[in-house]
Design a protein around this ligand. Structure first.
Ligand SMILES: Nc1ncnc2c1ncn2[C@@H]1O[C@H](COP(=O)(O)OP(=O)(O)O)[C@@H](O)[C@H]1O
Ligand SMILES: CC(C)(COP(=O)(O)O)[C@@H](O)C(=O)NCCC(=O)O
Ligand SMILES: [K+]
Length: 257
């Protein structure tokens, strides 16, 4: 019952192979490829894997990226599972979707919230929850104590912010700087500006949710650049690197138990 989990973001494809399709299953192998290197998967990292029996993924990078991954799966000798992809719905695995059009929510956000809710309930009683993902874009999503997704923010990630400033000005072409409270050079000013823009947006959502639920929210962070943000947050955030995979395992368990 080996299980392959795949997360196709706008910058990188992340994959993980588990011994079985349920939370807590042993992680056998994992990896990440920039989207332009998807065609390396079959001949490269996947060639050394045991044969998966089940596969579940989430994709926000578009239909072409998904098709390119299907092509890699086709190339794998002996891999004959049906690829499944999560489509956000009105309700799944204890989370209720408050989006105006539930299916228009990013599948990665939906899966991350399901993973985060499961993660918190494994460790204690029900609590409100702020889920932050720092990838190409940054998302800041709020769940109330009962697991209702109330809504969330989307803002540009570090890379997009810097590229936007570089292309919109004459004088902002500088190397990456440090995060500091009072930046005294352009590099530090840009790096700190981006980091605190994200931290400030998250703090605002934290306050909205605290006020709404009258209870201190738990805070979970994930995404390729999450580790960069944690030290600059105004609240303690737990970094859960495999959050999307945890969510995919929770959904997989319900589908294939
Ligand atoms: N080792 C790394 N490789 C690639 N991106 C990294 C790395 N460390 C940090 N990053 C940052 O993480 C972002 C990509 O994160 P990721 O979660 O893969 O995004 P997405 O899910 O949108 O593809 C990039 O914008 C980059 O700034
Ligand atoms: C917001 C996102 C672009 C984040 O993508 P990522 O940074 O993980 O590549 C993605 O979740 C998405 O395309 N969402 C659809 C729109 C929405 O969630 O409202
Ligand atoms: K992502």
């Amino acid at each position: 019952m080996t299980f392959l989990a795949i997360d196709i973001g706008n910058t990188r494809l992340k994959w993980a192979m588990y011994e079985a399709p349920h939370p807590g299953a042993a992680l056998l192998a994992h990896g990440a490829e920039f989207l332009e290197h998807i065609e390396r998967l079959a001949e490269g990292p996947w060639s050394k894997l045991p044969t998966p029996t089940h596969m579940l993924g989430c994709v926000v990078a578009g239909e072409t990226a998904r098709r390119r991954v299907h092509d890699q799966i086709e190339l794998m000798l002996g891999w004959d599972f049906e690829p499944h992809w999560v489509v956000p719905s009105a309700q799944e695995a204890g989370v209720t979707n408050g989006y105006d059009h539930p299916m228009r929510l990013g599948a990665d956000r939906w899966v991350a919230m399901i993973g985060a809710r499961h993660h918190v309930l494994q460790r204690g009683p029900e609590r409100p929850l702020v889920v932050v993902m720092v990838g190409t874009a940054v998302t800041v999503d709020a769940l109330d104590t009962q697991g209702n997704f109330l809504g969330g923010l989307i803002l540009p990630g570090h890379g997009i912010m810097l590229r936007a400033l570089e292309s919109g000005t004459a004088g902002l072409h500088v190397p990456t700087g440090s995060v500091t409270p009072f930046p005294k050079n352009t590099s530090d000013a840009l790096t700190s500006g981006g980091t605190y823009a994200i931290a400030g947006a998250v703090e605002r959502m934290y306050q909205h949710l605290y006020l709404h639920c009258s209870m201190e929210p738990a805070c979970i962070m994930a995404g390729g650049a999450g580790w960069k943000m944690v030290p600059s947050m105004t609240r303690p955030f737990e970094l859960v690197d495999n959050l999307i995979f945890e969510g995919l395992l929770v959904i997989a368990q319900q589908r294939w138990k």
